[in-house]
Design a protein around this ligand. Structure first.
Ligand SMILES: Cc1cc2nc3c(=O)[nH]c(=O)nc-3n(C[C@H](O)[C@H](O)[C@H](O)COP(=O)(O)O)c2cc1C
Length: 70
């Protein structure tokens, strides 16, 4: 995903295809013994208002470091 950004592209991981794989299997020739785990949409980000949405996120410290007990 970072490499895509370097090329001016945006991307969006979607693990939902693991659960709802039929639309993907309809358009791509995927062998039966392959299991889909995650999709990655890639494209040029559009200058559209919907793409300015910024969901609230926890800080890196909050996600990566467990609180220490005293
Ligand atoms: C491995 C992975 C799989 C994801 N799968 C889905 C998904 O199936 N459906 C979905 O709505 N968002 C999914 N997301 C979240 C979105 O890709 C995206 O991270 C989210 O919309 C927030 O966007 P941002 O990370 O650019 O802020 C997934 C994220 C990751 C890292």
């Amino acid at each position: 995903m970072l490499a895509a950004v370097e090329e001016g592209l945006g991307s969006c991981p979607q693990a939902a295809i693991a659960t709802w794989a039929s639309p993907i299997k309809k358009h791509f020739d995927i062998e039966e013994d392959y299991k889909l785990l995650c999709g990655l949409s890639i494209g040029y980000p559009a200058e559209h208002k919907v793409n300015t949405y910024q969901p609230a996120k926890r800080s890196v410290e909050n996600v990566m470091f467990a609180p220490t007990s005293k």
